[in-house]
Design a protein around this ligand. Structure first.
Ligand SMILES: Nc1ncnc2c1ncn2[C@@H]1O[C@H](COP(=O)(O)OP(=O)(O)OP(=O)(O)O)[C@@H](O)[C@H]1O
Length: 297
């Protein structure tokens, strides 16, 4: 196993607050007998796009929900830009925008009303609200459809609407749980284009969970491979692939594959071992639709 930690680990707490957007140490979370997160150590650097990858049930959503303060942190510690998620919940919530897996837009309201609701919930100053709502809708290319009911939107538009809801409070940390699940390739690209553009303009940090190796390679600065509640490998996609090739060469792997640059999926399979096949799971997304749970907001 190759588990590297971010350089910020040894920094003084004040420096960390500026350079480390998310810091989890020894995070554990269990649903009854199921230990969903099991001693998670994770550092997300300020300004990066960090991808949390892993098969179904790896614990990604549970870990993200601990960072959002929606689930309690115990045992372990979680901080967001230096604010403790257990002790300073409101300070943490003010710093982040969260796009959950579950649908969070209300079909019976217009796009603008949906975003305005989030602006109120997230305490955007009343006199700034209309402008900020318009700005968030423009950032996701929904200005033209803003006054239509959300029930008339396509899946891709709904996802962009949810992105606008998360962006309206101008978060320093945007957390997205499988943002492109169920979308066609063009809608996926559009969602990522919008995320990338806003990040470039604002310098916000992005923490995303995904099953898509292609998206991780293309859009994430670093990825953490999560399996059974912990990160098992961490680095840039290119570094992780190069390291696996080096390991195969060192192991005097006689097969031709020792010369071929492995894919990110190869890295994951090596990290997770044979457990994936034995459990009948797969690294690929086994769902092609999103959960339709009650609205979050
Ligand atoms: N509300 C819950 N009650 C009971 N068990 C849960 C609950 N939520 C998650 N779990 C269990 O915790 C484990 C981790 O689930 P989690 O949703 O965090 O994984 P994940 O990596 O996000 O998976 P996916 O890729 O399918 O979204 C799984 O075994 C899951 O069955």
């Amino acid at each position: 196993m190759n588990h590297r930690t971010a350089p910020a680990t040894g920094a003084a707490p004040a420096d960390r607050a500026a350079t480390e957007a998310v810091r989890c140490r020894g995070l554990d979370y269990a649903f009854g007998e199921t230990r969903a997160v099991a001693g998670l150590d994770l550092s997300v650097r300020a300004g990066e796009v960090f991808g949390l990858l892993g098969p179904n049930g790896a614990g990604k959503t549970t870990a993200i929900r601990c960072v959002t303060t929606l689930l309690p942190v115990s045992p372990g510690t979680v901080s967001v830009f230096g604010h403790d998620a257990a002790k300073e919940k409101m300070a943490v919530r003010r710093l982040l925008g969260y796009v959950p897996q579950q649908l969070s837009a209300d079909a019976g309201m217009t796009g603008r009303e949906n975003v305005a609701l989030f602006a109120r919930v997230f305490d955007v100053a009343r006199r700034e609200r209309a402008a900020r709502v318009a700005q968030a809708l423009a950032a996701v290319d929904l200005t033209g459809a803003a006054d239509r009911m959300a029930k008339t939107y396509s899946g891709g538009m709904i996802r962009r609407l949810e992105l606008a809801q998360a962006l309206v409070s101008a978060p320093r940390l945007l957390m997205l749980d499988e943002p492109t699940i169920g979308l066609d390739p063009i809608a996926r690209t559009t969602v990522w284009d919008r995320i990338t553009t806003v990040r470039r303009a604002t310098g916000m940090t992005v923490l995303v969970t995904t099953h898509s190796m292609e998206e991780a390679e293309q859009y994430c600065d670093r990825v953490g491979l999560m399996h059974r509640g912990r990160i098992h490998a961490l680095g840039t996609p290119a570094a992780l692939r190069a390291e696996l090739r080096a390991r195969r060469r060192t192991a005097a792997d006689a097969s031709a594959r020792a010369d071929v640059l492995p894919t990110l999926e190869d890295v994951f399979r090596e990290v997770a071992g044979r457990g994936l096949d034995e459990e009948g799971g797969d690294f690929h997304d086994v769902r092609n639709a999103r959960h339709t749970a009650a609205r979050l907001g």
